[in-house]
Design a protein around this ligand. Structure first.
Ligand code: G
Ligand code: G
Ligand code: MN
Ligand code: NA
Length: 260
């Protein structure tokens, strides 16, 4: 309850912020790699005056159980889209903004209307927004999930499955879900160069995704060896500390300018 009250005040007092981690497309051409920034993942940050930085892994569950996730999630969407407009105006290439959605937001019945309204307010086409869902959010009620995904897809919003391979997804639903991308969880990427089983899993996910017409993005890429394997297996995109940690909006802009 203490954390809940502190979180409510944080939202009211503007103590929440977003950091942005760049996402890169992989091409055959090694030299072109650094110029292939395709988007940003928005990651929520909370700096409490006394507690310091509180991790979303700690406060998102509190936000979900208290219902605060709805106003917080709306703030995140609005802020991330507004930032994308600021980057457009600053002359950055047209990036995609990926925003994490909680299961509670995904199930809330006005999500498609909310997304419509926010896109309209900032004046961006729906295709610039990608919503990241966990398998749990999608599988909680697959019938409802399919309806919501269809509504978002009809508007042109892109959907990805976050932390793919760690939740309870049924492969049979992958062909019914209107997603365009699987984000391969960093737990499979971490030991890629040492662990033959992780290599087999990542290879299988990339090939299955390809056969289903889905893109893959590998998360948590930290070493050139991991990157090399992913590229050779045909993974389309990556993010991770090898390229950049999540950055403030200003640092992200400098990073992009330095790498175009
Ligand atoms: O960036 P970091 O490692 O601190 O993120 C921890 C977790 O918090 C990740 O699982 C991430 O998906 C989640 N997270 C970060 N930002 C948001 C957000 O805006 N909304 C939701 N629902 N989850 C987020
Ligand atoms: O659950 P989700 O994938 O949304 O969370 C992403 C989390 O992973 C964020 O907390 C982000 O800070 C973290 N992250 C991003 N890149 C790396 C990386 O290369 N290594 C590790 N260990 N964590 C990363
Ligand atoms: Mn994510
Ligand atoms: Na993830």
């Amino acid at each position: 309850l203490l954390l809940e009250n502190a979180l409510r005040r944080a939202l009211e007092r503007g103590q929440l912020s977003l950091h942005y981690q760049p996402q890169f497309a992989l091409t055959e051409d090694d030299e072109a790699l650094e110029s292939q920034i395709i988007g940003a993942e928005a990651l929520l940050r909370w700096q409490h005056p006394e507690l310091g930085w509180v991790s979303p892994a700690e406060f998102i569950p509190v936000a979900e159980s208290s219902g605060l996730i709805l106003p917080i999630g709306e703030w995140v969407l609005k802020e991330a889209l507004s930032q994308l407009v600021r980057w457009d105006r600053a002359g950055l290439p047209g990036l995609t903004m990926a925003v994490n959605l909680s299961a509670v937001q995904f199930r809330h019945d006005n999500l498609p209307e909310l997304v419509d309204r926010l896109l309209g307010e900032v004046g961006l086409p729906a295709g610039r927004l990608e919503l990241e869902l966990t398998e749990g959010a999608a599988m909680h009620n697959p019938t409802v999930a399919i309806t919501v995904m269809n509504a978002l897809h009809a508007r042109g919003v892109r959907l990805s499955i976050d932390d793919f391979g760690t939740g309870h997804s049924s492969l049979s639903y992958l062909k019914k879900f209107r997603v365009s991308k699987l984000k391969i969880d960093q737990s499979f990427v971490r030991d890629l160069t040492e662990d033959a089983e992780d290599r087999a899993i990542v290879d299988a996910v990339i090939r299955m995704a390809g056969a289903l017409g889905l893109e893959t993005l590998a998360e948590g890429v930290e070493t050139p060896g991991q990157l090399d394997f992913l590229r050779r297996q045909g993974c389309q995109a990556v993010q991770g500390y090898l390229f950049s940690r999540p950055l403030t909006a200003a640092a992200f802009e400098e990073f992009v300018v330095a790498h175009i």
